[in-house]
Design a protein around this ligand. Structure first.
Ligand code: FDP
Length: 332
């Protein structure tokens, strides 16, 4: 074999700043290990169903867990006792997740969606985990709500894991976006996509067009522009999986825009700001792109609650900025 094998552990270690104490680096390892455990389970999703439905006992007499609950539990248990975090927030849990009193607390905060795209789990379509990392607001105190309610702009790292034809972990700590593919024989994430950036010209737009009638006139006009009906044709093709991580990943590799706009009866759309939109907005900026809620950068929105929703348009800057101008035009 020629050349060095660049594992995620090696890459993270080699890229940590000289002053690093290892706390942040080790947190990334913890997430990578949780991702491997979740990947093992998602790869067996069909088999698990054959062996027993959710809610029934499996052959060991244990209760079968839903995959998203399982993924949440793995991440929580991987991170609760390490002394690296002072708080967490998860899509699967209502309130702030405090570090149990019996454990030392750390100075970082983890927000995560353990298994995004849950409607795709049972049909063997790609799903993913999304995460974002903040520094605690006050390092001396145990975790408080204000530690998680920070704008995406304050993130010190973010990433996702895609459980697809292969498992990939893509992350950034503010020095570019790097992708690793899980080698199942080695059980290691290997560097496969260094320095990812959104290609130009972009190839795709991704949106659930069946909601067209529920959008504002500005967003409807934007869709027509994406389709080349408004002149200045961006020459895009359409792809929509309906799994945010998978749609985002494809567009990161090929160039494009993913949209989940607000709707007449859903003024803030469907996606969650803190642990879905903001981490991907952080990544997309690192890859040279942009994410907006239609009015301004998603990274500047200060959350007021853990499960807050936001409209999302994310991808190549040239495509995303156009929606802001159409929305501004309609609001004049
Ligand atoms: P899901 O409902 O399957 O969990 O985050 C929610 C999400 O998936 C995203 O992954 C996905 O992009 C979106 O919802 C799909 O929503 P629609 O079915 O309304 O298009």
């Amino acid at each position: 074999m020629s050349g060095a094998v660049n594992t995620i552990e090696r890459f993270i270690l080699e890229n940590q700043p000289d002053y690093a104490r290892g706390e942040f680096t080790n947190l990334l390892y913890d997430i990578a290990l949780a991702a491997k455990l979740i990947a093992i389970k998602t790869n067996r999703a069909g088999l698990v169903n054959i062996l027993g439905e959710v809610g029934e006992d499996n052959i060991q007499g244990e209760k079968q867990q839903k995959l998203d609950v399982y993924a949440d539990d793995i991440i929580f248990r991987m991170c609760d006792h390490t002394g690296r975090l002072c708080a967490m927030a998860s899509e699967e849990r209502e309130g702030l997740i405090e570090i149990p009193d019996r454990f030392r607390k750390g100075s970082y905060v983890l927000v995560y969606d353990p298994l995004d795209g849950s409607s795709n789990i049972d049909v063997n379509v790609s799903i993913g985990t999304i995460f974002g990392i903040f520094r605690a607001v006050d390092w001396d105190l145990r975790g408080r709500l204000e530690d998680v309610l920070q704008p995406g702009r304050n993130m010190v790292g973010a990433g996702y894991v895609l459980y697809g034809a292969s498992t990939m972990l893509v992350y950034s700590t503010g020095m570019g976006v790097h992708g690793f593919t899980l080698n199942p024989e080695l059980g290691e994430f290997l560097l496969s996509h260094p320095n990812m950036s959104l290609p130009e010209p972009p190839a795709y737009y991704s949106v659930n067009t069946s909601y067209y009638r529920r959008w504002s006139p500005g967003v409807q006009k934007y869709l027509r522009w994406l389709q080349g009906q408004e002149g200045d044709d961006p020459q895009l093709s359409s792809r929509y999986i309906g799994s945010l991580v998978a749609d985002f990943h494809r567009n990161l590799l090929r160039g494009g825009v993913f949209c989940y706009p607000s709707e007449m009866n859903k003024p803030n759309g469907k996606l969650r700001l803190l642990y879905e939109a903001a981490p991907l907005a952080y990544l997309v900026e690192q890859a040279g792109g942009y994410a907006t809620d239609g009015h301004g950068s998603v990274l500047d929105i200060v959350p007021t609650s853990i499960h807050q929703l936001t409209p999302l348009f994310i991808g190549n800057r040239s495509l995303v900025e156009r929606v802001e101008s159409y929305v501004a035009e309609e609001e004049k």
